[in-house]
Write a protein that binds this ligand. Sequence first.
Ligand code: IMP
Length: 415
Amino acid sequence: MPTQVVLGLQWGDEGKGKIVDVLAQKADYVVRFQGGQNAGHTLVVDGVKTILHLLPSGVLHGKTGVLGNGMVIDPVGLLEEIDGLGKELAERALQNLLISDRAHLLFPYHKQGDVGELSQKIGTTGRGIGQAYEDKVSRQGVLAYMLSMKEALIEQVKVCWEGSGVETASMEAYLKTLAQAADRLAPHLANIPAQLNEAYEADSRILIEGAQGSLLDVDHGTYPFVTSSSTTIGGVCTGTGLPASRIDRVLGVIKAYTTRVGHGHLPAELTGDLGESLRQKGQEFGATTGRARRVGWLDLIGIRYAMMLNGVDELVMMKLDVLDELPEIQVVTGYKHNGNRLEVFPTDPVVWTACEPIYESLPGWQSSTEKCPEFDQLPDNAKRYIDFVEDRLGVPIRMISTGPERTATIVREGR
Ligand code: IMP
């Protein structure tokens, strides 16, 4: 299968990092197409936890890691992330890294601007993502190709920073660091659309990993409580230069329940003790900001909408084990709005925020799923839960994750 895309179908943090890490072992290229340091992919490899914000996780396997043109990249932050991996992994990561010369660069003035009232209202990650995309769309952005023109880059960043209206006290010191970063990153710039299309023609295996989730998409998500990039399938084409006809398989990732960081409506939110115990068991704290994630029951209406937007071929269910102790599990199978039942996710924000969940209840299994290597060995009620979700969503659940380690992954062959 030449090109596979892995996309989150909720509000991010579905656990895509682990699945990408598993699939990357059989890929030649691992590609990011949108977002920036707002993402946090947590990987546990041989018991060691690593959090990646910009790097595609495949670089740890010695695969070619690509940062696509749809991204907003903090060049100094990228090198800090790489150097933080330790000498051996850092060398490997840098050696295997390609950066689109058309990606946009993100600078401290973007981050400094991501603190105001609007950022607070949305609950952004504070990484300057919206500010960098604003510059991109208003045609004032600094493209990554400028890393190979150091003097001009420094001059342009200086002008942009001074014009941005934020504090400039740290600018001179930053520009020195930026100059060093440019020297190290410039050799990795590439014409990514040409390279990926050539790789496709040569039958290379391309794995494309989404960051954030479909319900945070700037066009299709729960606007304005969204991120500033296209997290759904269209973003894959615009953010890499691969045409739609070269996307062969779309894998949708869902968590066995729902989480959301930041503000915005969450119909099935669990605010009491149950929510707290799921948060603790699932370690639902932001990989980027450390913020407690809001927790709720699985919402099939939101997921069905995301599946429709992305044309999902197969599903992956993460963190099933977090539900292990529950006597009863609720699933949202409809929304109530003005006394009517809705089966379709509303696109009107006023309707959406007035929606209340309609639940169906399933019995829990109250035993551990963590050491079950195969579907048949799962407790009966866990199998029933998965079958129920699969049946309602109408697409096979190909993989089920029952723990953070790569090995705690059930693959259902032949589905
Ligand atoms: P921004 O992307 O930092 O501008 O934040 C916009 C919204 O997206 C906020 O609600 C964030 O919490 C959310 N968000 C951004 N990145 C992630 C992520 O990787 N996982 C989950 N939520 C995210």
